[in-house]
Design a protein around this ligand. Structure first.
Ligand code: IPM
Ligand code: MG
Length: 366
C-alpha cells in the first residue's frame, strides 16, 4: 500500500472550513483505493502570525518540502491588513510559491451544465465554457525588483513595483501552456500587453518561439484588456490561456463568474519536477478567506474538494481517483444540492459540512 504525506495548511477564514471537507474526501478516496494518506497540519497566514509572528514559519516550510503535496486553504483578513506589506498574511502564500518554485498555476474555469443559471451572465454566454487558465506564479510584478516605497524630497512618497520576466521564465511556463493545450482542444491563447509593455513584447516573442515546438497546437495572442472583455462576451472561444502573474490573477477571478461562483474554482500550482519526475504541487481554492461568512458553516467546499482532485491527479498520479471525486461533485450537484453561493431562487440550501458529507458518501459508493 503506498503511503503519501500531505501537508495541510488551512490558513484563515473559510480556509479552515473548506479544507476540512477536502481532507474528508481524500480520506474516503484513499480508503477506497487502498492508498494511505498521512495528513499533517501546519500554520500559515494570519493564524501563523498570531502564533509565531511569521506568516510562513520555518517548520511549515520544512513540512511542505518533505511532503508529496500541499493542500492549502486561504490566507488573510482584516485583522492583519494593517501590517506592512512584507509581514502581511498573504506573504505566507507568496513566500511558499517562491520557495518551492511553483511557477505554473492551473486554474480551470468550467461551467457545470446544472449551474448555468448560477452565473449572473446569460445562459447563452456561459453555456459550454471550459477554460484552463495557466498563470505564471513566481515572477512579474509580484516579485520583481526594484520594489518598495521611498520619501519624495518635496513631500509624499514614491511607490514602485517592477514587472520583469526573463526568457527562461517565459519558456518554462509557455511549455506548460502548450503541453496542457495539447491534451485539451489544442488551442492556446497567450495574453499580454505587447502594444505598450516591453516585458510583454519579450513574452510574445518567446511564446511564439516555443510554439514552433508544438506545430499541432494553434497559438494566438490577445491583449489583456481585450481578453477581459472577450471572456464575458464569448468565453467559449477560449480553450487554454497562458499569461503572466498579475494578468492571470485578475483574469482568473473574472473567469470564476463563468463557473457561477468563486466557490467552484480549484487550482494547482506546480513546480519543477523532483525525483521521479513528479512536480511538487500546492492545491488551493481560487477564492479567498471570505471574512464576511467565515465561521458560519455556509461556505462552498467544492473549490477545495476539486483542488483535492487536482492533487490526486497531478501530484499522486491517481487519475482514476481524481475522476471519482469530480464525478461525485457532479452527481451531488445534479441531485440538486446547493450551497448558498450557487443556489438559484427557491433551491434548497445545504451548509459546508453537509455538502462535504454528500460528496464523501458518493465517493464511498464509488
Ligand atoms: C490568488 C490570490 C493571491 C494572489 C493573494 C491572496 C496573495 O488573490 O491566489 O489569486 O494575488 O495571488
Ligand atoms: Mg487572486
Amino acid at each position: 500500500m503506498s503511503t503519501y504525506r500531505i501537508a495541510v495548511l488551512p490558513g484563515d477564514g473559510i480556509g479552515q472550513e473548506v479544507v476540512a471537507e477536502a481532507v474528508r474526501v481524500l480520506r474516503a478516496v484513499g480508503k477506497a483505493a487502498g492508498a494511505s494518506f498521512e495528513f499533517e497540519e501546519a500554520l500559515v497566514g494570519g493564524g501563523a502570525i498570531d502564533a509565531t509572528g511569521q506568516p510562513l514559519p520555518a517548520p511549515t516550510l520544512a513540512l511542505c518540502r518533505s511532503s508529496h503535496a500541499i493542500l492549502f486553504g486561504s490566507v488573510g483578513g482584516p485583522k492583519w491588513d494593517h501590517l506592512p506589506q512584507e509581514q502581511r498574511a498573504e506573504r505566507g502564500l507568496l513566500a511558499l510559491r517562491k520557495e518551492l518554485d511553483l511557477y505554473a498555476n492551473l486554474r480551470p474555469a468550467t461551467c457545470f451544465p446544472m449551474l448555468v443559471d448560477a452565473s449572473p451572465l446569460k445562459r447563452s454566454v456561459v453555456e459550454g465554457t471550459d477554460i484552463m487558465v495557466i498563470r505564471e506564479l513566481t515572477g512579474g510584478l509580484y516579485f520583481g525588483e526594484p520594489r518598495g516605497r521611498a520619501p519624495l524630497a518635496g513631500g509624499g512618497e514614491r511607490g514602485v513595483n517592477t514587472m520583469v520576466y526573463t526568457t527562461p521564465e517565459i519558456e518554462r511556463v509557455a511549455r506548460v501552456g502548450f503541453e496542457v493545450a495539447r491534451k485539451r482542444k489544442k488551442r492556446l491563447t497567450s495574453v499580454d500587453k505587447a502594444n505598450v509593455l516591453t516585458v510583454s513584447q519579450l513574452w510574445r516573442e518567446v511564446v511564439t518561439k516555443i510554439g514552433k515546438e508544438y506545430p499541432d497546437v494553434t497559438l494566438d495572442h490577445v491583449l489583456v484588456d481585450n481578453c477581459a472583455m472577450a471572456l464575458v462576451q464569448k468565453p467559449t472561444q477560449f480553450d487554454t490561456i497562458v499569461t503572466e502573474n498579475t494578468f492571470g490573477d485578475i483574469l482568473s477571478d473574472e473567469a470564476a463568474i463563468l463557473a457561477g461562483s468563486m466557490g467552484m474554482l480549484p487550482s494547482a500550482s506546480l513546480g519543477v519536477a523532483g525525483a521521479g519526475g513528479v512536480p511538487v504541487g500546492l492545491y488551493e481554492p481560487v477564492h479567498g478567506t471570505a471574512p464576511d461568512i467565515a465561521g458560519k458553516g455556509i461556505a462552498n467546499p467544492i473549490a477545495a474538494i476539486l483542488s483535492a482532485a487536482m492533487l490526486l491527479r497531478y501530484s499522486l498520479s491517481m487519475g482514476r481517483e481524481a475522476d471519482r471525486v469530480e464525478a461525485a461533485v457532479r452527481r451531488v450537484l445534479e441531485q440538486g444540492h446547493r450551497t448558498r453561493d450557487i443556489a438559484a431562487a427557491g433551491e434548497r440550501i445545504v451548509g459546508t459540512k453537509d455538502m462535504g458529507e454528500l460528496i464523501v458518501r458518493d465517493v464511498e459508493r464509488g
